[in-house]
Design a binder for this molecule. Structure first.
Ligand code: SF4
Ligand code: SF4
Length: 399
């Protein structure tokens, strides 16, 4: 790989110059499908980023908006024959421009504080959120946040079976990164991940809960993103583990950025490698499987997840068409109407399938989909796939 220049603008220009403008990424881009407009496509965004970085155009709303609209789903990166590193180019360009003026800082600051989030959940305030949201305009970011916070989360399934100690021979020691929103709204998935990892032979410990900086990196706040990365490095140093995992694929890219040279994975990748050690009780149920873009394009753990779910006897797993649901980190708060439009085809697919449960690994996607389903009066439990797997795990599997 050619070394990248030190200077940010030159780095963006060099990344953009790798694009041969073939347009093969356009059909994979959800915002191009939504708007039908070159500026809202990967190729258009690369051209805008190059023009801004080279000083060929001033930063205007017209040029900035398509960059702000980008979901960071990386569908374009996955299909690009020239291997353009679009994710890197997007983060570099956003940090060059700085956070968008309309970024909902207060809401994001709340989302990044697990203790405060936990308090709002436990205080009983949550039952008023849906009522309050009705009084606010459809485009309001506070309305989007309240609808999201009021949506049914995680799981209605019983707690995971916990084994008290990993069996010998022990595999690599794993540290679990709980994150911020995930540490509160996806606590069941984290419990499930630890139970499954230990059953597979991986000693597992949990790191403290805080924001890794992914929300800031994608929002163009370089300083806050680097603060998050430094906290990750400090807490990793004291863990004594050799692999880091997160049940939220949306955090994976930032964790890998914070810890170069460290193996950072979706727990599914480790579990699938030890699938023979895990046995599950039958579950005669039809579930829809939503694969978040970050699981497909960053974690690349979709196949590992399918392998694990395939080991649950009698479970029928129906994959939803792979398209971005519009959650995309803070996008669902910044652009609630676009996020709802991007979500609509996935809600239609779920309504047609009429599954008994919806599985999705990313807490943001799951909350966004659950809010949409609740809005349509569709009652489907939504849960992290690891919660289902841990629920069905037969304790004391053979080594
Ligand atoms: S597929 Fe790659 S090279 Fe082709 S236009 Fe898209 S980003 Fe550029
Ligand atoms: S990251 Fe996703 S939304 Fe952004 S340009 Fe690429 S395909 Fe389109």
């Amino acid at each position: 790989m050619t070394p990248m220049p030190e200077n940010k603008s030159e780095r963006i220009a060099a990344l953009a110059d790798q694009c041969v403008q073939c347009g093969l990424c356009l059909p994979a881009c959800p915002t191009y499908a939504l708007d039908g407009n070159e500026a809202e496509s990967p190729r258009g965004r690369i051209a805008i980023a190059a023009a801004l970085a080279k000083g060929l155009a001033p930063v205007t709303d017209e040029l900035r908006t398509p960059l702000d609209h980008c979901l960071g789903c990386l569908n374009c990166e996955r299909v690009c024959p020239a291997q353009v590193r679009f994710g890197e180019l997007l983060v570099e360009t956003r940090t060059l421009l700085g956070p968008a003026p309309g970024r909902p800082r207060m809401l994001l600051a709340l989302a990044k504080r697990p203790a405060l989030l936990r308090w709002t959940r436990l205080s009983g305030l949550r039952r008023w959120y849906a009522q309050l949201a009705r009084w606010l305009p459809r485009r309001s970011r506070f309305r989007a946040a309240l609808v999201l916070a009021a949506s049914p989360t995680s799981s209605s399934l019983r707690p995971a079976h916990r084994e008290t100690a990993p069996r010998a021979p022990a595999l690599a020691h794993v540290a679990l990164f709980p994150g911020c929103v995930g540490s509160v709204d996806d606590a069941a998935a984290q419990e499930a991940a630890v139970a499954l990892l230990e059953a597979a032979g991986h000693p597992a410990t949990r790191l403290p809960a805080f924001c890794c900086g992914a929300l800031d990196a994608h929002g163009g706040d370089a300083r806050a993103a680097e603060q998050g990365a430094r906290r990750v490095q400090e807490s990793w140093r004291g863990s004594g583990a050799s692999v880091l995992v997160t049940v939220t694929p949306g955090c994976l890219g930032q964790l890998r950025h914070a810890l170069p040279g460290v193996r950072v994975e979706d727990p599914c990748a480790l579990l699938a490698a030890q699938a023979d050690r895990l046995q599950f009780r039958p579950l005669p149920m039809r579930v829809a499987l939503h694969l978040p873009c970050t699981q497909l394009n960053v974690a690349r753990s979709d196949e590992a997840l399918r392998v694990l779910l395939g080991r649950v006897p009698a479970l029928e797993v129906v994959p939803l068409p792979p398209r971005c649901c519009g959650a995309a980190g803070s996008h669902l708060l910044e652009f609630p109407e676009r996020a709802a439009a991007l979500r609509a085809p996935t809600l239609d697919a779920i309504a047609t399938l009429a599954p008994q449960a919806l599985l999705s690994s990313n807490i943001g996607c799951r909350l966004h989909l659950a809010a949409g389903l609740a809005g349509q009066g569709i009652a489907v439990p939504t849960l992290h796939p690891l919660v289902l797997l841990a629920q069905q795990l037969i304790p004391g599997n053979p080594p």
